[in-house]
Design a protein around this ligand. Structure first.
Ligand SMILES: [Zn+2]
Length: 293
């Protein structure tokens, strides 16, 4: 059994929080590629990983959310795909203390699959395959597919990662809450997503982003009822508030941690944060769950 699943049997496994916010605080400008920092400002990226481990994260994600070829091509960086992902993995590995883990982050292409858009499924899968290959080459312990708003695209990434052999893959969709329940942007429901992920070999069923911790409590109940696999939940820091074009999150670390405890009680095996969360949120969460002294 993978060591991360062994840990999850003993205690809650704590993931990291937001990366984008941390990069912006470190000076990343709007429109600049976060992934390019893995090559151009490596020490700043390592610092962020280190802060999360110090705050109690057992797992951090590589800075490769937009690191697939299709997404990188938007900024003319497609030819740097392999270097960016190998370096990103190496940076997180460098910050990772013994006994903790590095998750290779795979995010969406940002494009819609045919027939709604012009993204060809095979091309998306090939792009994810090459990204996962580079992340593993750089030394990640597992692959974490995040913030997918299309089940079909998430499955393409999952299949791609599974082609690389005996690799542990976490598959996360992002759900919106409607009057009829939780659905992806493409209209897929929780049960449909869970059974498709299980059939395709996901080791951990996950959800991140879009929802704050209050809504994630209810989503966790549905996920827990739908699967016996380990679950990872990464909520945003409450609902975003936009004032004068600037988006911010109002939740405090203590409120986030309290909801995290509830999510844990419902049966989430792994918990982290998404947009608006930072090492303070992770520290509060780790303390509340008893993972830190
Ligand atoms: Zn997010």
């Amino acid at each position: 059994m993978h060591a991360i699943l062994e840990s999850a049997k003993k205690k809650a496994v704590i993931f990291d929080g937001g990366m984008g916010t941390m990069l912006m605080a470190a000076g990343l400008k709007a429109g600049e590629s976060p992934e390019l920092w893995n090559i151009e400002k490596p020490s700043l990226v390592t610092d962020i990983h280190r802060k999360y481990y110090e705050a109690g994260s057992d797992v951090v994600h590589t800075n490769t959310f937009g690191g697939n070829t299709i997404k990188l091509a938007e900024r003319g960086l497609a030819d740097k795909m392999e270097t960016i992902n190998v370096e990103a993995a190496r940076l997180a590995r460098e910050a990772c203390p013994a006994g903790k883990f590095v998750a290779g982050d795979i995010g969406p292409t940002g494009k819609l699959l045919k027939p709604l858009g012009d993204l060809v499924l095979e091309e998306a899968e090939e792009g994810f395959f090459r990204q996962a290959q580079a992340l593993l080459k750089g030394g990640v312990d597992l692959i974490s597919i995040e913030t997918m708003f299309s089940l079909e695209e998430a499955l393409a990434a999952l299949r791609a990662a599974k082609r690389l052999g005996d690799v542990l893959v976490i598959a996360a969709l992002t759900f919106n809450r409607t009057k009829k329940g939780f659905f992806t942007m493409m209209g897929e429901g929780v049960k449909q997503a869970v059974s498709a992920f299980e059939a395709a070999g996901a080791a951990v069923i996950a959800s991140n982003c879009s929802l704050g911790s209050r809504d994630m409590i209810d989503l966790t109940k549905e996920l827990r009822a739908a699967t016996r696999k380990p679950i990872l939940i990464q909520p945003n820091a409450g609902k975003p508030v936009t004032q004068k074009g600037v988006t911010s999150y109002q939740q405090t670390p203590a409120e986030f941690a309290q909801d995290g405890q509830e999510i844990r009680n419902i049966g989430a095996d792994m918990i982290g944060g998404c947009c608006g969360t930072n090492p303070e949120f992770i520290r509060a969460l780790a303390q509340t769950l008893g993972n830190l002294p």
